[in-house]
Write a protein that binds this ligand. Sequence first.
Ligand code: 26Q
Length: 817
Amino acid sequence: MQKLSKEDIKSGVVEMLRTAYRKTVATATPQQIYNALALTIKEYVSEHWIATHEHFDKADVKIVYYLSMEFLMGRFMGNAILNLSLQDAVKEALAELEIDINLAEEAEHDPGLGNGGLGRLAACFLDSLSTLGYPAYGCGIRYHFGIFEQHIEDGYQVEKPDNWLHYGDPWGVRREEYAKEIQFGGRVVSIKGDDGEYHFTLENAQTVLAVPYDYPVVGYETNMVNTLRLWDAEPVNRFDLQSFNEGQYERSVAEQNLARQLSSVLYPADEHVSGKELRLRQQYFFISATLQRVLQQFEQRHGKKFEKLADYAQFQLNDTHPSLAIAELMRLLVDVYYLPWDTAWEITRTSCAYTNHTILSEALEKWPIELFSRLLPRIYMIVEEINTRFCKNLKEWYGNDPERIRAMAICADGQVRMAHLAIVGSHSVNGVAAIHTEILKNIELANFYEIYPEKFNNKTNGITPRRWLAKCNPGLSGLITDTIGRDWVRDLDELQKLKPLATDAAFQQKFMDVKHDNKIMLSNYIKQTYGHSVDPDSIFDIQVKRLHEYKRQLLNIFHVIDMYVTIKMNPRLDIKPRTFLFAAKAAASYHRAKLIIKLINSVAQMIDNDPVVAGRLKVLFLPNYRVSMAEKLVPAADVSEQISTAGKEASGTGNMKFMLNGAVTIGTLDGANIEMLEEVGQDNIVIFGMPAAEVQALRASGTYAPWDLYNMDFNIRNVLTTLINGTLDHNNHDLFRELYDAMLNGYGGARPDEYFVLQDFASYKEAQERVDAAYKDKQRWAQMAIMNTASAGKFSSDRTIKQYADEIWGLKTEHIQ
Ligand code: 26Q
């Protein structure tokens, strides 16, 4: 295939502008130019995309289906241009057309079809799958509204809808020919099939149509283009309205409404389950559509030999959200393809695998049986049958131990426990970092580990080096490539070769010059976008992630308050000026998290208004955190805040992005931080706080007494007092009393300081002093920063995906001509 040339790009853009918008380059808006360029590139990608699928057909390959409610892809265009090695051609073409490439790239609105880590992980995985040559589909929902747009008004978060499709959808391809009908509600009846036997089916169900839109997933310098398949809901068009009797008319209206709702909006509550009916509908909708299509295609290729399904298809469940796949696959095999239960169960169990992403009990997905059985009556029957057989097995293994059986059952206490369904119905259960998997095996899921030890395995998360270094940090990429060649982009372990240079003064200088340039670029962006001045010579200390109590943004802002108080008492204090950047979305219903955002903004204002402290400290909360903002922040960070209560953050992936870009982590022994410490060595990371075992012991002992810390530690006392003495808000002294109470007394029935902010405070403060000292020694800091980049090889999602492919999916790489 002919590579796209500069001339092709020029004529493509000009043509697209003319035919699609009746515009010339001179009169087109940045939005239109972006669309024209995107369409030009998509047309080129299409050839590789078609070739990829021709190869899949011909070679009859095994395919992994990554099933996920979220794909947080970020912008498509820049990534496609990088992976297709079109950067130079595009740059030159646009230069000759006198188009500012930056303007065109910034005109792309982030597709925000995910909440945070879990959704972004899915996107990194797709990049690695294509780059390494593994046949794959990402399967999910084409939400019309992604994660809300966050505005800050008077310091408070305000949510606005994110209508991303409003700006056009140049990358999506509607595939009407693969549409599938999805049924909800109704009554289960059994009817005689053409095999003469009785089979279950639904009567009077509501039906909606699932229509797939395909998005290309371009691998880095390969010809493989995998597919992100997002299902959109549409009403089934039944007959013409005139022939309707009244009942049909009403049903038709209800179905139209259902269709409109189904793919409307992503639920913005991560790590917190709300049990909304629409959410369960969404789950079944995309699972049923995906599986119907996979089985249809399997039958076209292999006839009725479904016993071989697991040799051709593997379904990876991204948390429990898609775990209805287990029951739906059973339904299709038994009710539609007439397989015996035991055969169907063997097929299901060998083709599904489950990843757990969270240890928080609030996030464990459970559905009321009443709701579940009303919405999905046949699926509920199947879940019950799976449960009955599982409990029978338990009895055989353990004897009659009702307590144990109740604890492990799939259906109990009036609820369906999706994690139990996922574990029982899968051949693999994995955690996302070593410590997380150990906690699953020894604590959270110990019961299941005991009966299925062979299923449990660890797959430490990773991030794609394409987006998270090559694309987002051209300065550092260039320096690395000039120094060790370009192989690191596909083989991140190559970065090890930088280690000897960590003490090389000339290389240190270049490395820190790049960092400084990135800090200047970020400062300019902040100035232009928000009007705030930040000093590129100060330490850029960054905490960006979802707002959640366990992630402890409070610990960070408490420390800022402590610094403020300390400087006020001793204005000559010798510290390096620091800029604390925060960005985070809070679930719309998470009151406490939103109050923490308000607190951060109030502290920022207090400091800005204080001439003694402003200039030495700066706090800024950047609104509307998203992938494209992360791409600007990560390259400019000096310090990366990864400070969750130990045992709570399953892995983290932001931690890896910052490490790769040469930031020094201040962090707890939690999630993947532990493995980062192993890779980088203790001289190059700043660890503080209780380890997970201590947290657990302290919690279990019931002796944790934050009041004692308050009484004994005068810094803690000063910080907490600031919350309630009017310093932060002269008009409303009680604004932050809830936080004060939550720390010391427990609020609304909760234990005081559930996440041990005060317990870890002294250790954190001391760790921050180590950061300050290290930064003042320029060579020491440069060495630490370089060692972080040089030691980040393990955290490539290429390594992670290769482990999934080898150890879970049994998947081979393919080479597309
Ligand atoms: C479930 C039911 C109903 C509504 C919402 C949800 C829901 C949605 C999203 C529950 C959880 C999530 C997201 C979880 C998540 O992002 N977990 C993160 O996964 C990362 C990738 O493995 C880890 O690195 C993080 O540590 C983990 O917090």
